[in-house]
Design a protein around this ligand. Structure first.
Ligand code: ADP
Ligand code: MG
Length: 156
C-alpha cells in the first residue's frame, strides 16, 4: 500500500500522470472516494500520462467517455447506476475488458460485475489536505505501485 499526500489540484494531476505513463493495455484502475475528493482530477492526470491531448471531462452524466492516447482510455463514472441492468445497457463489461486502459469512478456501483483484478485507489480529504492511497488488487499492480513510489520519492 502506498499513501501520498496532495495539497493542490496540480499535484493530483501530476501524480495521475506518473501513474498513467506506467499503465499497460488491459489495466483497470478503480477510483474510490466521496464526491469532490479528486477522482476526476486524477483521471485527467492518467489521461495526460497516456498522451491524451483532448480535454478530459467528468463522465458523470454520459457515464462513459472514451479517449485516444498511446492507448485507448475508457473513463467510466458509475455514480448514477442503481441497478445491474443499467450496467448491461451501458456495455460495462465490453468497455472494461478491452485492450485499452479502463478508469472507473464509483466502482462499487458495479456490484457483482466489479472486476477481480484492478488497481484500487482511494481518495480522501478536502482543501489542501488530501490523501491518495494505492492498493494493488492483483499481482501485476504490485510492481507498478513500487515504481510509482520510487518516482514520487525521487520526485521525477
Ligand atoms: P471527484 O471526481 O472525486 O468528485 P473532482 O476531481 O471532480 O472530484 O473535484 C475535485 C475538486 O477539488 C476540483 O474542483 C479540484 O480543483 C479541487 N481540488 C483542490 N485541491 C485538490 C487536490 N489536492 N486534488 C484534487 N482536487 C483538488
Ligand atoms: Mg468525478
Amino acid at each position: 500500500m502506498l499513501k501520498i499526500k496532495t495539497s493542490s489540484e496540480e499535484e493530483t494531476i501530476k501524480l495521475g500522470k506518473k501513474l498513467g505513463s506506467k499503465l499497460n493495455p488491459g489495466d483497470i484502475v478503480c477510483l474510490q472516494g466521496d464526491l469532490g475528493t479528486g477522482k476526476t482530477t486524477f483521471a485527467k492526470g492518467i489521461c495526460a500520462g497516456l498522451g491524451v491531448t483532448a480535454p478530459v471531462t467528468s463522465p458523470t452524466y454520459k457515464m462513459v467517455n472514451e479517449y485516444r492516447g498511446e492507448l485507448k482510455v475508457i473513463h467510466l463514472d458509475l455514480y448514477r447506476i442503481h441497478e445491474e441492468d443499467e450496467l448491461y445497457d451501458l456495455g460495462f463489461e465490453e468497455y472494461i475488458y478491452g485492450d485499452g486502459v479502463a478508469i472507473i469512478e464509483w466502482p462499487d456501483k458495479a456490484g457483482s460485475l466489479m472486476p477481480d483484478n484492478y488497481l484500487d485507489i482511494h481518495f480522501q480529504g478536502q482543501g489542501d489536505d488530501r490523501e491518495v492511497r494505492f492498493i494493488p488488487q492483483a499481482n501485476k499492480y504490485i510492481g507498478l505501485v513500487a515504481e510509482l513510489k520510487q518516482d514520487v520519492d525521487f520526485n521525477n
